[in-house]
Design a protein around this ligand. Structure first.
Ligand code: DAH
Length: 361
């Protein structure tokens, strides 16, 4: 076979191989076998050196033509294969966004998380930020700064879990309420302050309405002209939105908390007719939270001048709110992780509560 015939047959041969390569890897094999260092085309090119000038004049362009042809064919095939590979991947990784997700998802949102989201949504609309603090708290933040010194009888009310003293003799506590977040916020932020602090709290107590770990939400507003009317208005707006009723009637009862002065407990008007609680009207009252104007002594502990600043605070059990709103009567079930309970009382995972779209629908 003459050299020219050899080139022609190689051309046909290689073109067939390129067309037959059905993956990028197979195409790469063809490239190495032809244009690679030891490839067939490269082998022929090497032969040019041993030819007479006349032969080379003919064979040079012929071989070069072969080489250019092969590399063009490979490039063209490569782009076809790459497109096909991308198409395949795209169709394989396709997500059908129109599929009804909840038919496949078995998880649900715990009523507690739902209620915390609802509360955060309501207060966000009133201009409140969400603040956080640690569950393992110092004695100072949990008690002393809140005007509950060592010898104060209120310490006994809290059934506190104490940790072992550290190397400095300091005994940390599992926070007995969310009020220490007030202290942390006032010590780290300049007024005006508007925060809520939802979170876990702990007391050594257990019955149908108490569990050793439970949840509270704290509210705190500090500014230069904050008064009791603001507190009442805020609580009314909150409770109305939370219970999704047009109006609530509140009763503010004088009470005592070391960290507020004056202090009051807040009841909402309700009815227990038919065995269920209905918030908004009726002949009964339901105690729902503690509140008051921040005690000047607490402001001083946080390096705020009580002659310039004052504010209000409130604290409320989240689990209790959830029980009232969604009709559970045993708090202990909240933390049993019983799937039947969670399926019954849980909320759809993708339905975030919004005031515009409805908190619990
Ligand atoms: N920390 C109180 C408790 O756990 C609740 C409370 C009452 C918080 C009055 C407040 C408040 O901020 O002003 O019982």
């Amino acid at each position: 076979m003459s050299m020219q015939e050899q080139i022609a047959s190689l051309k046909v041969d290689i073109a067939a191989q390129i067309a037959a390569a059905d993956s990028l890897a197979a195409l790469e094999d063809v490239r190495v076998a032809t244009l690679g260092k030891k490839g067939s085309v490269s082998g022929l090119m090497k032969g040019l050196g041993g030819m007479s000038p006349d032969e080379r004049k003919v064979m040079g362009p012929a071989l070069n033509g072969l080489k250019v042809q092969v590399s063009d064919d490979i490039a063209a095939r490569k782009s076809v294969l790459e497109t096909a590979e991308l198409e395949a991947r795209l169709s394989q990784e396709r997500v059908d966004v129109s599929l009804p997700v909840m038919e496949h998802a078995s998880g649900s949102i715990h009523p507690n998380s739902q209620v915390m989201d609802e509360i955060a949504e309501i207060f966000a609309n009133l201009g409140f930020d969400v603040a956080e603090g640690p569950d393992i708290e110092s004695d100072f933040h949990n008690f002393t700064a809140l005007n509950i010194p060592e010898e104060h009888p209120a310490r006994q009310d809290h059934d506190t879990f104490y940790l072992k003293p550290d190397e400095n003799g300091e005994r940390k506590v599992l926070r007995t309420h969310t009020s220490p977040v007030q202290i942390r916020t006032m010590m780290s932020k300049e007024p005006p302050i508007r925060i809520i602090a939802p979170g876990r709290t702990y007391r050594s107590d257990s019955d149908a309405t108490h569990t050793p770990m439970f949840h509270q939400v704290e509210g705190l507003v500090i500014d230069k002209d904050t008064h009791l009317g603001h507190l009442k208005g805020t609580l009314e707006a909150f409770l109305k939105a939370f219970f999704e009723v047009d109006a609530v009637t509140l009763r503010l009862r004088p009470s005592y908390f070391p960290f507020t002065e004056p202090s009051m407990e807040v009841d909402v008007q309700c009815s227990f007719d038919g065995g269920t609680v209905k918030i908004g009207d009726g002949n009964d009252w339901l105690e729902i939270l503690g509140s008051g104007m921040v005690n000047p002594r607490v402001l001083v502990h946080c390096n705020l001048d009580p002659n310039v600043y004052q504010g209000f605070a409130f604290g409320c059990g989240i689990d209790r709110l959830a029980m009232l709103k969604y009709g559970m009567n045993d708090l202990r079930a909240f933390f049993d992780s019983d799937l039947r309970w969670l399926r019954h009382y849980g909320f759809r995972a993708l339905d975030l509560p919004t005031l515009a779209g409805g908190l619990s629908t």
